[in-house]
Design a protein around this ligand. Structure first.
Ligand code: NAP
Length: 241
């Protein structure tokens, strides 16, 4: 059985990704920070569909928690992670002129430092095993920018750049590293955004569903994607093109 870790796997896009990977036969480690009830619901859904998984709560922005909880799980179970989906992320929007240190720091630590802490933890196992899929959920905002999201765009753009370098480091070990860049997707993160107003800017004339992002993540985790690395695939209804 192959193991997949989905950070922020309890809600929104991460929830859809957890369900998709379970459907593809992975044992899914569902990470989240605090919302235990929602995470438990995802695990129940997976088990109802004869899938397998478990909950693994830790704060992705804490190097110590990543090493203690994820590193601890790997040592205790003597297992490595085959597929890592770095999905956990937050926003703290503000115009830069008003942005506080806290708004900057919490977005950078949660969205960008987490990529380093979590990926580093699972990388050696992938290299030794000569197989791995690392999939980073970034954003349209990191590709083209968005006013009020200087912190968020910086964090996502950094992960896209890091993806390219890491893909070059580990390609020979059959570890692929890619990004998926959603546009507006219907989750709690976007529930305050007026779809009626924004959909005019989207060629497909609607917000996307989390499962439409999960489908691409599932593809990147599959054998069919074995010759794709260092790439960013947009899932944005045509907004970027
Ligand atoms: P969401 O509905 O707000 O869910 C966020 C998930 O991340 C939750 O499972 C949450 O856990 C977890 N999380 C947050 N901070 C964490 C931390 N420090 N440690 C561990 N887990 C943490 O978000 P979403 O809309 O699905 O977004 C998922 C990813 O897609 C993010 O990286 C986001 O930037 C990206 N994205 C989203 C959109 C969109 O339109 N929705 C567009 C582009 C990119 P708890 O439940 O415990 O809080």
């Amino acid at each position: 059985m192959k193991y997949a870790l989905v950070t922020g796997g309890s809600r929104g896009i991460g929830r859809a990704v957890s369900l998709k990977l379970a459907e593809q036969g992975f044992y899914v480690l569902i990470n989240y920070r605090s919302n235990h009830e929602e995470a438990k619901k995802v695990l129940v859904e997976i088990e109802e569909q004869d899938g397998k998984g478990e909950l693994l709560p830790f704060d992705v922005s804490s190097a110590d928690e990543v090493s203690d909880v994820l590193g601890g799980w790997m040592s205790k179970n003597d297992q490595h992670i085959d597929v890592l989906v770095n999905n956990a992320g937050i926003t703290a929007d503000n115009l830069m002129v008003f942005m506080t240190n806290d708004e900057w720091n919490k977005v950078i630590t949660t969205n960008q430092n987490s990529f380093f802490y979590v990926t580093r933890q699972v990388l050696e196992g992938m290299i030794v095993n000569k197989f791995g899929r690392i999939i980073n959920v970034v954003s349209l905002s990191g590709q083209k920018g968005h006013p009020g999201q200087v912190n968020y765009s910086a964090s996502k753009g950094a992960v896209m750049a890091a993806t390219k370098s890491l893909a070059m480091e580990v390609g020979k070990k059959k570890v692929t590293v890619n990004c998926v860049a959603p546009g507006f997707i219907k989750t709690e993160m976007t529930e305050h955004i007026d779809e009626k107003m924004w959909k005019k800017m989207i060629p497909l004339n609607r917000f996307g569903e989390a499962k439409e992002v999960a489908g691409v993540v599932g593809f990147l985790a599959s054998e069919d994607a074995s010759y794709i690395t260092g790439e960013t695939i947009a899932v944005n209804g045509g907004m970027y093109s």
